[in-house]
Design a protein around this ligand. Structure first.
Ligand code: GUN
Ligand code: ZN
Length: 425
C-alpha cells in the first residue's frame, strides 16, 4: 500500500546540488522485497497525476528532507558529554575508560542504548555508525534496540588489548573470536551491519590490528571504524609505538584496515600522502567538529580534503562531541571550516553542510543508493521539519529569499524542536 506526503521537499542530485520543491509530493510504499522505499518524488502536480489514488498526508508549511546520517558516535558515551579535560588522552583516562567499564552489564547497556536511540530519533538521525565498548554485551544491547526500532544501524565490539585499564582492556585472541561471532550473529540481519572496531592504534597490539585486518578481508562488506590523527600527543605516541610505519594512517594501511566502508574519525593531522592514501583506499573521514572544538584537537581541513578527492562526512562523536543535533554539528562544521583572520579556510555553503550530514555521509559509509537521499528506490527514512518551530525561527524564515538562506536559518537557529516527525522505513 502506497502512502504520500505533501510538503516542501529537499533532496540532492548526483553533483551534490540541492533539489528543492516548494510544493512537493513524496510517495512511499513497499518494493518487491517488502521494504518501504521511495516510489516517486517531485513537484506535487506532476507526481499526483501519476498516483491519483494514493492517500495524501498534508504537511504544507513543513519541509521533508532525508533523515540525517551520523558517521561516528559512541552510544556508551551518552553520559560522558561535557566532561572537561586538557585534551584527548586525559579525557579518555579520567572519564571515558572508567565510564565504559559499566557496559559489561547487559541490562545497563540496554538502558543506555534505549535512551541513545530515543535521542537520535528526537534529533532526526535515522542511521548511525556507532562505537559500542569492548564488552560483547554492549554490542548485543545496541543491535537489539536498533532492531526493535527498524533502524539501519552499524556497531561493533571495541578492540583494545593494551594501554587500557582493567575493565575495558580485552585479550587479543578472544577479542578476535568475539568479533567473528558477533559478525556472524548480526551482520546483514534486517537493516543491521557489523563494524570491526579497533579503538585506535595506541590501544591495540600489532597482532590485534593484523587480526582485525584479516577479518576485514574475510568479511569484505562489514564496516571498519577507528580514530586517526585527532591530537598531537596521540600522533606522537603512535610514532613511538609504531616506529616503522610511514605515518599514523599508514599503521592501519599496513594492517589491512583501509578500504571502502572503513571510516576514520577526525583525520585532522594528516599530510598530503595520508590524504592520497584515503582517496586511493576508498576509506572515509568522519568529521567531528563539536568534538574537535570541545577537546581542542584542531580544525579539519575541508579544502585539503577536497583537493585530495577523499571521502568525508559529518559526525557528532558524542561524548567527545557535545550534541546529538545535526544542526549543531553542521553549524560547528561551518565554524571549523571557514576562513578567519588567523587561519585560512572555506566558508561551506548551507546546502553543502546539509549534504555532508545526509547523502555525503551515506556515500562515505558505502550506503549510497540506500539512505541519505530521497530518490526512487531509496529506503524511506526521512524527517519532517518545521521552519516555524520557535518564535525566532518563524520570524527569520519568513524573511528568507532563497533555499540557501532557509537552510542557513535552520542550521544556525535549529535544534530538536525543528524535528516535527521522523519516518523510518
Ligand atoms: N580516540 C580513541 N578513543 C576515542 C574516543 O572514545 N573518543 C575520541 N574522540 N577519540 C578517541
Ligand atoms: Zn570517537
Amino acid at each position: 500500500m502506497n502512502h504520500s506526503y505533501r510538503a516542501a521537499i529537499l533532496r540532492f542530485d548526483a553533483d551534490r546540488q540541492p533539489v528543492y520543491e516548494a510544493d512537493g509530493l513524496l510517495v512511499i510504499g513497499p518494493d518487491a522485497n517488502g521494504r518501504q522505499v521511495v516510489q516517486a518524488v517531485g513537484d506535487h502536480a506532476g507526481v499526483a497525476r501519476r498516483f491519483p489514488d494514493v492517500p495524501v498526508e498534508d504537511w504544507r508549511g513543513k519541509l521533508i528532507a532525508p533523515g540525517f546520517v551520523d558517521m561516528h558516535v559512541h552510544y556508551p558515551q551518552t553520559d560522558v558529554i561535557g566532561a572537561p579535560a586538557d585534551g584527548l588522552l586525559p579525557w579518555l583516562e579520567n572519564y571515558t575508560f572508567p565510564h565504559e567499564t559499566r557496559f559489561h552489564d547487559a541490562a545497563y547497556a540496554r538502558s543506555v542504548a534505549d535512551f541513545f536511540f530515543d535521542e537520535l530519533q528526537r534529533n532526526g538521525v535515522t542511521t548511525a555508525l556507532t562505537f559500542a565498548t569492548s564488552h560483547p554485551a554492549s554490542v548485543n544491547a545496541a543491535f537489539e534496540a536498533a532492531q526493535a526500532r527498524g533502524l539501519r544501524f552499524m556497531t561493533g565490539k571495541v578492540l583494545q588489548d593494551r594501554n587500557s585499564p582493567d575493565g575495558v582492556r580485552d585479550e587479543t585472541e578472544q577479542s578476535l573470536i568475539d568479533t567473528e561471532t558477533l559478525i556472524q550473529r548480526w551482520h546483514g540481519v534486517d537493516r543491521l551491519g557489523y563494524a570491526i572496531t579497533p579503538r585506535f592504534a595506541p590501544t591495540s597490539s600489532p597482532e590485534q590490528l593484523r587480526g582485525a585486518g584479516a577479518l576485514a578481508a574475510k568479511y569484505g562488506d562489514v564496516w571498519i571504524q577507528s580514530h586517526v590523527a585527532e591530537n598531537h600527543d596521540e600522533v606522537r605516541w603512535v610514532g613511538e609505538l609504531f616506529p616503522d610505519a610511514s605515518s599514523y594512517l599508514g599503521v592501519y594501511g599496513d594492517a589491512g584496515l583501509l578500504r571502502r566502508r572503513a571510516v576514520y574519525a577526525h583525520c585532522i593531522h594528516l599530510d598530503s600522502g595520508d590524504r592520497a592514501l584515503m582517496r586511493e583506499s576508498g576509506a572515509a573521514a568522519a568529521v567531528c567538529p563539536t568534538s574537535n572544538l570541545f577537546l581542542g584537537s584542531g580544525f579539519f581541513d575541508f579544502a585539503a580534503a577536497d583537493a585530495a578527492g577523499m571521502r568525508y562526512g559529518l559526525a557528532s562523536d558524542v561524548g567527545g562531541g557535545t550534541s546529538f543535533s545535526p544542526f549543531k554539528t553542521m553549524l560547528a562544521a561551518y565554524y571549523v571550516g571557514r576562513e578567519g583572520q588567523t587561519k585560512p579556510g572555506l566558508s561551506l555553503t548551507p546546502s553543502q553542510l546539509w549534504w555532508q550530514h545526509t547523502a555525503g555521509a551515506a556515500d562515505g559509509l558505502g550506503l549510497g543508493g540506500l539512505v541519505g537521499n530521497l530518490l526512487p528506490g531509496y529506503e524511506a527514512d526521512f524527517v519532517v521539519l518545521n521552519p516555524q518551530a520557535t518564535p525566532l525561527l518563524a520570524r527569520k524564515t519568513q524573511q528568507t529569499n532563497s533555499l540557501e538562506e532557509l537552510l542557513f536559518a535552520l542550521i544556525v537557529l535549529g535544534d530538536e524542536r525543528v524535528i516535527e516527525r521522523v519516518h523510518t522505513a
